[in-house]
Design a protein around this ligand. Structure first.
Ligand SMILES: Cc1cc2nc3c(=O)[nH]c(=O)nc-3n(C[C@H](O)[C@H](O)[C@H](O)COP(=O)(O)OP(=O)(O)OC[C@H]3O[C@@H](n4cnc5c(N)ncnc54)[C@H](O)[C@@H]3O)c2cc1C
Length: 322
């Protein structure tokens, strides 16, 4: 379950093939109260199953062995590595990468804490069928829509991401601030009822997404990446690019230190590379997130800044001085 919006840069970096792309976008429409802010921003919308399959195939081409239908049910440390238990197998490894998302079984098996309710957002999403012509009429051919406001979500927002003939209609809010999920999600749906009245709901899913980075990201040959590590933008909830970048960083470090078990420099190298690529920016975003979502006026101030600036620049420079 994912909105599936990814930035243009990732499309070219991954050489994403055309059949994976459901729709391109070149603008974001930011709705709050009766205001509409039109922001430039290029990217594409994808279905996660197709996208994940595309990436998995790439990994196989590079020599990865995929063991399908074999979930990890437990992990035990052993001399010189880990033993990963699945319903059918016991797999032994020297290094382990926890890439199993927000509720990581790998990390909880090894005693790493689960996220608490302040550190995750709960999302609810409908998939709704709609004729492509109607999608273009209602939402614009190349526009994704975000809906803000304290009435819609105390810390989060709603969205409509049009795909080819389906629209993903979702809502997310920091879990600890939700009083009644159904009521709050339905309030959002009601607020956009005119936009979606010709769409037919075919699926409803709920999912958690972390909004806080873990304190520990590496320990004893074990790397946390992606949602398992909390690598998600706390302002927008996007995390696909960070999960890919963190996997590449972890893999490059393992390659370098493969024959030197638990080398003292691994943790430092991992943190340093993450920091340089995106982590320091995510931390800065996290530090302004409560203030950004503190009131409608504050959200509007953020959206007006976001119209002409990257959110990283807002977090690092503009939020404090404006
Ligand atoms: C509703 C919603 C909308 C979102 N929209 C966007 C968006 O538009 N753009 C964006 O960039 N980000 C978005 N995100 C965030 C994004 O989905 C995540 O940040 C991203 O998927 C993280 O990737 P990941 O590989 O770390 O984790 P996941 O995508 O959660 O993948 C974890 C994988 O591990 C597997 N797994 C889990 N447990 C086990 C186990 N025990 N054994 C084996 N395998 C296991 C799962 O099946 C899954 O394949 C959204 C999130 C949600 C919830």
């Amino acid at each position: 379950p994912c909105g599936g919006a990814i930035p243009e840069e990732l499309v070219s970096e991954l050489k994403l093939s055309h059949e994976i792309i459901e729709r391109e976008f070149d603008h974001l429409d930011l709705h709050i109260k009766n205001e509409l802010i039109h922001r430039k921003g290029k990217g594409v919308v994808i279905w996660r199953d197709k996208f994940d399959h595309f990436i998995t195939k790439k990994a196989i081409q590079k020599g990865a062995k995929v063991i399908d239908r074999s979930p990890c049910i437990n992990v035990k440390p052993m001399d010189g590595g880990y033993k990963v238990l699945t319903p059918k197998d016991k797999l032994e490894c020297r290094y382990l990468i926890a890439a199993d998302g927000c509720n990581s079984t790998v990390l909880s098996s090894l005693g790493w804490p689960r996220y608490n309710s302040e550190d995750v957002a709960l999302t609810v999403q409908y998939e709704m069928v709609m004729a492509p012509d109607l999608i273009n009429d209602k939402f614009g051919e190349k526009i994704i829509h975000l809906f803000f406001g304290k009435d819609i979500s105390k810390r989060g927002y709603g969205w409509i991401f049009p795909k080819t003939d389906i629209i993903s209609v979702g809502w997310g809010c920091q879990l600890s601030l939700i009083k009644n999920t159904t009521k709050e999600f339905n309030y959002f749906i009601k607020s956009i009822k005119n936009l979606i009245k010709d769409a037919k709901k075919i699926k409803k899913v709920a999912h958690l997404v972390p909004t806080t980075i873990r304190n520990t990201l590496y320990s004893q040959n074990l790397f946390a990446i992606g949602d398992a590590a909390g690598f998600v933008d706390p302002l927008s909830g996007k995390g696909i690019a960070y999960s890919i970048i963190s996997s590449e960083i972890a893999a490059s470090i393992i390659k370098k230190y493969f024959n030197e078990l638990n080398h003292p420099l691994i943790e430092k190298a991992y943190n340093k590379k993450l920091d340089r690529m995106f982590l320091s920016v995510l931390r800065k975003k996290k530090s302004i997130q409560p203030d950004v979502y503190s009131s409608d006026d504050s959200i509007i101030r953020f959206l007006n800044l976001w119209k002409n600036n990257r959110s990283s620049v807002i977090a690092k420079q503009l939020w404090e001085i404006n």
